[in-house]
Design a protein around this ligand. Structure first.
Ligand SMILES: *Cc1c(COP(=O)(O)O)cnc(C)c1O
Length: 471
């Protein structure tokens, strides 16, 4: 299986090359040449299987012969052994035909662990097979960084540098990054916003000399392997409710469009998905785009669901590429208009195709609080504000098709965002016992000025020190 760039001007790559590259050299995102299709019998056969077995069946066709089957199986088994629920992603009912898929049982309590734990097994193997040490560099608004630190701590042959905006991530998120004492983990607070941190990372990746010097690799949500790993739980949960005999719909709290695009991949692979509901907070660029056909960047607003406070949904480019029938010249035009004018119009045929699969619902701040309170009142379950945006959108979408089961993706544990949960329910959600001492652990981080040359110098120093420690 080979992978193509959405912009059509980068070489096509194997699964492992696309895994290491992250972004394509032409600025595009990688997609498979074709989507493997699972038969109804194969999908029906997932019923009752352990999570790892379904993951193997869904992921293997995308890997092709880039990795040995045994190595892939071992990576999957180890990745999901760290979850605190035997089902990995348990499904519960929270209303009439309304279900909650709990994606927060991994080490850092957000769904990012599902993909990142898998990358943490896979990438060191690939670097080792190529005989080179690598540096993973990523900016985070909170959850990705925590998940990456948990996944790559003590990995052999890999150094991890995580940049977060100082004072702009939650205490739990920060401590999950800064309290991990591993020689290969380097957590950096940037004086600035998430966009500043992201711009620093992009500046280093854009510099070929630095890219080669550090052997830079990325793990942000445009990495294709993350999306494939996320397609797995769409199968697991749909089959638990009677698919492929019975179609289901999903409501997905959305920021960068990675998670909900994984649902679209599952549908392309043969899962009978009726509707994919994009749930957005006040940062509603996708809801506006589906309603009006105009994709237009607005100002980022801070909300109670900060992991979705994003205006440019990078992975949306993948859906555009598919709905423009893989016309990479058209995608280059759209992305250049986005850069130059801050927006573009989606042509009528691709817009109709997008509306054929997706709904988009905006859930405001007051409604988010109401939803947390309502779910608590009706089910005695606490949900986090991101999940609440999903539940609000799910209820709105269920009205149109009440007979089709609706699965809401629960993207974070309530204990990760306690302030919003307390505001809605007057209850302070607790962290799971394994994280109970998080606030008494020692923090380690460095503050670095918002400047690419300074960051590169800092990284050189840290790498030299960790080399000395290792020898
Ligand atoms: C990252 C994140 C999201 C958004 O997921 P995307 O794949 O970026 O759309 C939603 N909720 C939580 C808790 C997250 O960490």
């Amino acid at each position: 299986m080979n992978y193509l760039s959405t912009r059509g001007e980068a070489p096509s790559l194997s699964f492992t090359d696309a895994l290491i590259a992250g972004l394509a050299q032409d600025g595009g995102l990688y997609l498979p040449e074709a989507y493997p299709r699972l038969s109804e019998r194969e999908i029906a056969g997932f019923a009752g299987l352990p999570y790892g077995a379904v993951a193997q069946a869904v992921i293997a066709p995308f890997v092709g012969n880039a990795l040995e089957r045994k190595a892939l199986r071992a990576a999957i088994e180890t990745a999901y052994a760290s979850f605190d629920d035997a089902a990995v992603t348990p499904l519960t009912q929270i209303g009439d035909n309304l279900f909650l898929l709990e994606l927060f049982h991994g080490p850092t309590l957000a769904f990012k662990d599902l993909a990142m734990q898998f990358l943490g097994q896979l990438m060191p193997q690939v670097f080792a097979a190529r005989g080179k040490r690598a540096t993973i560099l990523a900016a985070t608004s909170g959850d990705t960084g925590a998940a990456a630190v948990a996944a790559f701590r003590d990995a052999v042959g890999v150094d991890l540098f995580i940049l977060y905006p100082k004072g702009r991530v939650s205490d739990v998120q920060r401590r999950q990054m800064t309290t991990v004492a591993a020689e290969n983990v380097h957590v950096i607070a940037v004086d600035g916003t998430f966009d500043d941190a992201q711009a620093l990372v992009k500046a280093l990746f854009a510099n070929k000399r630095l890219r080669d010097e550090f052997a830079l690799s990325g793990v942000n949500s445009i990495n294709w392997a993350r999306l494939v790993a996320q397609a797995v739980y769409y199968f697991v949960s749909a089959v638990a409710l009677g698919s492929p005999r019975r179609p289901v719909s999903f409501a997905v709290p959305t920021g960068n469009f990675g998670d909900v695009f994984a649902g679209w991949i599952a549908k392309r692979m043969g899962l009978p998905v009726e509707r994919l509901v994009i749930a957005t907070n006040a940062n509603d660029i996708l809801a506006r785009a589906l309603a009006t056909g105009r994709y237009e960047i607005g100002a980022v607003q801070a909300t109670q669901s900060p992991s979705m406070d994003i205006q440019v949904s990078s992975n949306f480019e993948r859906l555009l590429f598919e709905t423009y029938r893989r016309d990479s010249a058209a995608i280059r035009r759209l992305m250049s208009a986005l850069r130059q004018t801050g927006g573009f119009r989606i042509a009528s045929e691709p817009l109709a195709a997008i509306r054929g699969d997706f709904d988009a619902v905006r859930v405001g701040e007051a409604e988010t609080v109401e939803e947390i309170a309502r779910v608590w009142r009706e089910t005695q379950k606490l949900i986090d504000p991101h999940t609440a945006v999903g539940v609000g959108a799910a209820r709105a979408a269920l009205k149109a098709k009440p007979q089709v089961p609706m699965i809401v993706l629960g993207t974070a544990h309530p204990g990760k965002f306690p302030a919003a949960v307390e505001r809605a329910t007057c209850i302070v959600p607790q962290l799971p016992p394994r994280l109970a001492d998080l606030f008494s652990r020692q923090e380690r981080f460095e503050v670095v000025a918002n400047d690419p040359a300074g960051l590169a110098a800092y990284m050189r120093g840290r790498l030299a020190a960790s080399k000395r420690a290792a020898s």
